[in-house]
Design a protein around this ligand. Sequence first.
Ligand SMILES: Cc1cc2nc3c(=O)[nH]c(=O)nc-3n(C[C@H](O)[C@H](O)[C@H](O)COP(=O)(O)O)c2cc1C
Length: 307
Amino acid sequence: MKTEISFLGVKFDNPIVLASGILGVTAASMKRCIDLGAGGVTIKSLSMEPREGHVNPTMAGYDNYFLNAVGLSNPGVKEGVKEIIKFKKMCSAPIIGSIFGGSVEEFGETAEIICESPIDILEINISCPNVKEEFGSPYAYDPKAAAAITKKVKEATSKHNIPVSTKLSPNAWNITEIAKACKEAGADAVTAVNTVSGMTIDTSFQTPLLTNKSGGVSGPALKPIAVKAVWDVYDACNMPIIATGGVTSGDDAIEMMLAGGELVGVGSAVFWRGPEVFKIIVDEMKQYMTNNNIDSLASIIGKAHTS
Ligand SMILES: Cc1cc2nc3c(=O)[nH]c(=O)nc-3n(C[C@H](O)[C@H](O)[C@H](O)COP(=O)(O)O)c2cc1C
């Protein structure tokens, strides 16, 4: 039974990867995910300078979704690089870098620095919905901006032969246009999707619950939105996809692959099912393979489009 996936030339023991931002940037926490069954990890998005993020409360958890406005807190790309180097000394599993910035130039500069570290793939986060006051609307809403950033980052990654995946927003009504623009600008893949904008209001205090007022919705409530995004991008662009959003079980991960995902990102499920969730999901996928006589997970990628 083969769970291995070769994604952009990088070998993953299984398609389940830790999504960005869930367990921070430390080598130890990322290594733990590998020990607990993840095929690879994505580091928390890194910026040129360290950022504290928004003032608490920044997260609220419910039965079927999380709402967060962490605000991209991170120790800065130079500290992040140290953790990536440590991670690679601890294990050989693939690590996906992640960066964001406030301008095309800043994305380029941050990419130059992270590319000096042993990342296997670089994810470009242009889709965080929670930093509008500082950075304006996410670049992921505008094909020209998304393409300009992808092109700039590719200038840095090409020198190091590091493939790039641009992370898309489910808020973009024209998500396939954005994906196409990124592909034309050199993106080797896209990650679909980041969180979708949302809000909750505390009825006791009669104010928005999060200090930032709005936040990003993740977890099971996001899954049908993510499946549709993956489906549409697969149909329109014929490019590799890291399918992310609401995956909590093996069946969810299979659904993402049938829609066209080659890798499957898992984030919020860690809060519901614990860090063991990676092995649990992979075991559930194996059970599905046995039940359905499937020899290789790679064989089901995009299959729902032809069945
Ligand atoms: C607390 C939290 C922090 C996040 N931080 C980042 C981040 O730094 N960069 C990024 O690209 N996505 C970030 N995300 C989005 C996740 O990577 C993922 O795309 C999203 O949560 C959907 O997947 P899920 O439903 O499995 O959590 C964050 C999500 C959460 C819940």
